[in-house]
Design a protein around this ligand. Structure first.
Ligand SMILES: [Fe+2]
Ligand SMILES: [Fe+2]
Length: 150
């Protein structure tokens, strides 16, 4: 998207969050691995909160957002993702989800760069840190449960 009104940009972000909600919902539903189901459902709830934030956005809310640095373990950056399937391994699910989060980070960074309003920049800075923290959660899980088995 080139540029748009404040409302257009927010509507676009809401659509992206809905895709994330659906994708975590279907990953959680399909997997038979109990250990990861909970994490996927937890992330789904957080994406729902992003949608709610975007739907109820006000200048005051943007002002009150706490933006803090989130580290990037980059574990999934060099791994190859497999297409989603019900038989996915724990490892493949984590990679798939972490890659999706990385794309969300890139999308919001891009929207923030293009935004002209300071408020929108701040909102997207916040969402970048949120999606980074999702990626971090997934990569920590990978680090704790996959890397040690190699
Ligand atoms: Fe999100
Ligand atoms: Fe996310």
């Amino acid at each position: 998207m080139e540029s748009g009104t404040f409302e257009d940009i927010i509507a676009f972000a809401i659509k992206k969050e809905e895709e994330a909600i659906d994708s975590y919902g279907s990953m959680a539903e399909k997997t038979k691995l109990p250990g990861i189901k909970e994490l996927l459902l937890e992330l789904k709830e957080e994406e729902k909160n992003h949608k709610k934030l975007l739907q109820n956005i006000t200048p005051e809310r943007i002002e009150s957002l706490k933006i803090k640095e989130v580290m990037d373990l980059k574990i999934s950056d060099y791994l190859v993702e497999e297409p989603p399937s019900p038989e996915m391994s724990f490892q493949d699910l984590l990679i798939l989800a972490a890659k999706k989060e990385q794309r969300a980070v890139e999308l919001y960074s891009d929207l923030g760069d293009r935004a002209e309003e300071e408020e929108l920049k701040r909102l997207f800075d916040f969402l970048v840190t949120q999606e980074k923290s999702h990626k971090l959660k997934l990569e920590k899980e990978y680090d704790a449960h996959v890397l040690e088995w190699d």
